[in-house]
Design a protein around this ligand. Structure first.
Ligand code: ATP
Length: 254
């Protein structure tokens, strides 16, 4: 089946004063994929994402999201996307159940807190406050909030930064599940290992430019075909795998 673009970005430019943070980038995200924007700090990933999410103004360029033009379709786009809130948006006196009830009320959708917490294996924390969650649980909760309006696309900005290896892998499983249930996922990360195992396609962003878009496998095969060899023999597992194997639990059990 031909891949259908669900997001199309054409010649996007974002200037902050004299500084060009996003410099004429174009790409497509296909329906049903996990698409990664990869690059170092300051590359322009967050700026690009927030413009697509309708949270920041572009300087120029065209963007279509699920058939709607960002120029005149902001309300329709907002209804179709899920965006992670900054932690500051989580009223400190409310527990997770109450927060979900609040957000579903705001979206005008009829979901129970339990349904949403179930999706991210947090039903046992329903009465906990956000501030009392572990780093991985906080990320899972925040992902649950992006799913409340049953979006066509979710945007995750560095969802695994600062997490331990096990929590990171739990989150990868969760993100794959979201994709497998039909939601397109756009994620930013500067962890290349994460992108390699998680993303269906990646775009490398550097200095406001896209320097390549492909599947991780195709990028790696292309480099190897050019004669690239790693200096050191790569073992079939690494220390992170050892740690996971020794301590590992599936995230459903965590
Ligand atoms: P990180 O991985 O650190 O989040 P990023 O790739 O997401 O980086 P952006 O946050 O998009 O990068 O920032 C791109 C560039 O634009 C950076 O040089 C940043 O300092 C600059 N920038 C971002 N927001 C603003 C702003 N509101 N005003 C001025 N410059 C900004």
């Amino acid at each position: 089946m031909a891949k259908q673009p669900i997001i199309t970005v054409k010649n996007l430019v974002k200037k902050y004063g004299d500084f060009t943070a996003v410099d004429d980038i174009s790409f497509e995200v296909y329906e049903g994929e996990i698409f990664g924007l990869l690059g170092p700090n300051g590359a322009g990933k967050t700026t690009t994402l927030e413009i697509i999410e309708t949270l920041r103004e572009k300087t120029s360029g065209q963007i279509m999201v699920d058939g709607f033009d960002i120029e005149n379709g902001v309300d329709s786009i907002k209804k179709r996307i899920g965006v992670q809130l900054q932690a500051a948006g989580y009223y400190p006196n409310l527990n997770l159940s109450e927060l979900i009830a609040l957000f579903s009320g705001l979206y005008g959708v009829d979901v129970t807190a339990n349904q949403m917490l179930e999706k991210v294996a947090l039903t046992d924390k329903a009465k906990a406050k956000y501030k009392d969650l572990s780093g991985g649980q906080k990320q899972r909760f925040s992902i649950a909030t992006t799913l409340i309006n049953n979006p066509r696309i979710v945007f995750l900005d560095e969802p695994t930064t600062g997490l331990d290896p096990q929590a990171r892998r739990n989150l990868w499983d969760l993100i794959r599940e979201i994709r497998d249930q039909g939601t397109t996922v756009v994620i930013t990360t500067h962890y290349m290992d994460e992108a390699e195992v998680l993303c269906d396609r990646v775009a490398f962003v550097d200095g406001g430019h896209i320097i390549g878009i492909n599947t991780p496998d195709a990028f790696i095969d292309e480099l190897v075909a050019l004669g690239f060899e790693r200096k050191k023999e790569v073992k079939a597992a690494n220390l992170e795998d050892v740690f996971i194997a020794k301590t590992g639990k599936e995230w459903r059990e965590a």
